[in-house]
Design a protein. Structure first.
Length: 203
């Protein structure tokens, strides 16, 4: 499979998550911040998409999620480990499976903030048309309501439906003097029921 594009020549980038399959295609994401689609039968590359929108050191650690005719994945970055924080806003992107055209992009924190990484694989609730995700810390202060939060996003429009922040003022980088607790939602959201009530939990 490496010879068919999983190593992403000529600039190799390791895979950073599990692959996913749907509609006779195999999807992967890598440490270069790109998503790739391969023909499941031949391994031929169908498309490769960089959805970083010019942001620096963008990566993908959560797995791509095929749903219906689209593909959803989170956006993360290791900028917080660098000596210079150049501005990064985490998010979720929804692509067309066939063409890689971006259907929508949701940004977790506002343009004036850095961080809000989505390390995890989003969870999709088709019955309610919602995408659930968790975010990480900020890279620099001031705080943002969407850092260290659980969130629900409208599957069709990419609009925020609700968010629940768990920590305030969690900004952390080793080189900028921001020394918050460096907390993140690393695991994917789990959907289940308590009695008849649908709930979502995450760690």
């Amino acid at each position: 499979m490496t010879s068919h594009g999983f190593a992403h020549p000529p600039t190799p980038r390791p895979l950073s998550s599990s692959i996913a399959g749907a509609n006779d295609r195999v999807y992967s994401t890598d440490l270069g911040g790109r998503a790739t689609a391969l023909d499941a039968a031949t391994g031929a590359q169908l498309w490769r998409k960089d959805a970083s929108e010019g942001q620096w050191n963008v990566q993908r650690y959560g797995s791509p999620v095929p749903l219906e005719s689209s593909l959803v994945f989170g956006i993360c970055s290791l900028q917080e480990a660098e000596t210079t924080v150049q501005g990064f806003q985490g998010g979720v992107v929804k692509l067309d499976q066939a063409t890689a055209a971006i259907e929508w992009r949701f940004q977790t924190v506002c343009d004036e903030r850095n961080g809000g990484t989505v390390w995890n694989t989003p969870s999709v609730g088709l019955a309610h048309r919602l995408i659930f995700l968790g975010t990480g810390n900020l890279h620099t202060p001031p705080s943002d309501v969407h850092s260290d939060s659980m969130m629900a996003i409208d599957l069709d429009t990419g609009a925020e439906v609700w968010d629940h922040p768990f920590l305030d003022d969690d900004a952390w980088t080793p080189t900028t003097g921001a020394h918050g607790p460096d907390s993140d939602f690393g695991a994917s959201p789990n959907r289940f029921t308590v009695g008849s009530q649908p709930v979502v939990g995450q760690g």
